[in-house]
Design a protein around this ligand. Structure first.
Ligand code: PMP
Length: 305
């Protein structure tokens, strides 16, 4: 991904893609304290627009606050940087990656005395869990790794270091022939996927873990809460056990990268009919209407680039 044409926004400047480099003694590279976002822009009839840009930028600032990092730019500047990167790279639909990190002035656990940096890159990225998965549903394995305890790493920060746990869980699931992992919290309740929130459907009611299970407060999760309300479906946020997922009628993952991805199997147990369920399909379709600008009710969630 590093060897290609294009521009990356780095600390206020557009830099050639291949020259967007940092030093090996970068503090974040050694100790993992940094924060990022995953954002998507979609092609709409009115041009390319970034979906829920302000909410993503707010979360980035909140992540930085939790990690005691002082953002070197204002929210407006960060929003503008993201629009500029999409324009500059002439992208129609894409994924955006803003990331803030601690510089290379000094090492040692204390980051004091280091500069805080920010970059934004963007590139075309299709269905994260595969086009087929979007239609048929994916196969998921309960991870042998627990999700972060809420007082170990900070689970409401989209922190770089939180993703070691995600990588381990995802690699284990893939090595075992599954598409993605489902992580339980340290008490054994359902938390989230390696990069997705989870929803289950039972008897027409939708359930999702409340955030005390250590799941990220997903922006797609929030979008689905709005969609469910519009469709007249009840959503209950509560503690969920893995066997509640086994006996659910339907389940799906949500995330900026994963969008709305149906889950057809957990631990080799078929969920419901073992394919994308009707409620999931409705929510998925409403989601794509919103992000592609076909639902005027949510036009305010689209920032034209
Ligand atoms: N949980 C984790 C661990 C994630 O990495 C993501 C992706 N950002 C999500 C949930 C979903 O969040 P969002 O819908 O805001 O992308």
């Amino acid at each position: 991904i590093a060897d290609r044409d294009g521009k990356i926004w780095m600390d206020g400047q557009m830099v050639d893609w291949r020259d967007a480099k940092i030093h090996v003694l970068t503090h974040t590279l050694h100790y993992g304290c940094g924060a990022f976002e995953g954002v998507r822009a979609y092609k709409t009839a009115a041009g390319t627009a970034i979906f829920r840009l302000e909410e993503h930028t707010d979360r980035l600032f909140n992540s930085a606050k939790i990690l005691r990092m002082k953002m070197p730019f204002t929210k407006d500047e960060v929003n503008e940087a993201q629009k500029a990167v999409v324009r500059e790279n002439k992208l129609e639909s894409c994924y955006l990656r803003p990331l803030t990190w601690i510089g290379s002035q000094k090492l040692g656990v204390s980051p004091k005395g280091n500069q805080i940096h920010l970059m934004v890159a963007a590139w075309a990225w299709g269905a994260y869990l595969g086009e087929e998965g979007m239609q048929r549903g994916i196969r998921v394995k309960t991870s042998s790794y627990s999700r972060h305890h809420v007082n170990i790493t900070m689970t409401q920060a989209k922190a770089v270091s939180n993703y070691t746990n995600s990588i381990l869980a995802n690699m284990e699931a893939l090595d075992d022939g599954y598409d993605e992992a489902l992580l339980l919290d340290s008490s054994g309740f359902v938390s989230e996927g390696s990069g997705e929130n989870i929803f289950v459907v039972k008897n027409g009611v939708i359930y999702t873990p409340d955030l005390s299970a250590g799941a990220l407060n997903g922006i797609t999760r929030n979008t689905v809460l709005h969609i469910a309300k519009d469709l007249g479906l009840d959503v209950v946020q509560k503690r969920i056990t893995r066997d509640e997922v086994y006996i659910s009628d339907e389940a799906f993952f949500t995330g900026t990268a994963a969008e709305v991805t149906p889950i057809r199997e957990l631990d080799r147990i078929e969920l419901g009919a073992g394919c994308r369920g009707p409620v999931t399909e409705k929510i998925q379709s409403a989601f794509f209407d919103i992000v592609n600008g076909r639902n005027p009710q949510y036009a305010h969630w689209l920032s034209k680039v």
